[in-house]
Design a protein around this ligand. Structure first.
Ligand code: SF4
Length: 94
């Protein structure tokens, strides 16, 4: 089974308007960070980059793995919390 097929089995309850992760300073991503690891390392592809270097974060498919919080170690530019109770990912086991 491909990873994409496994991810498709997960269910999410999106807390509309209250994303649990945010980029603290967009200019830091765009101007200072040359590597933008988040756009490569997020297993759910939540981070993408636009042509001007802007990083766009959409947390709807977030797996709550914490990779982005750790990988942004130079700038610590990710504000990360678990979703509030009842929201976020529902993993399917088995
Ligand atoms: Fe992606 Fe994991 Fe960060 Fe969620 S916690 S945005 S899945 S890297």
């Amino acid at each position: 089974v491909k990873v994409e097929e496994k991810l498709f089995q997960n269910r999410y309850r999106v807390d509309a308007g209250r994303p649990h992760i945010s980029i603290i300073n967009q200019d830091t991503c765009r101007v200072e960070c040359t590597t933008q690891e988040c756009t490569v390392c997020c297993p759910a592809g939540c981070y993408t980059t636009e042509g001007n270097g802007q990083v766009v974060l959409i947390t709807d498919g977030c797996l709550e793995c914490g990779t982005c919080r750790i990988i942004c170690s130079t700038y610590r530019n990710v504000d990360w919390e678990y979703p509030r109770g009842g929201y976020g990912i529902l993993f399917k086991f088995g």
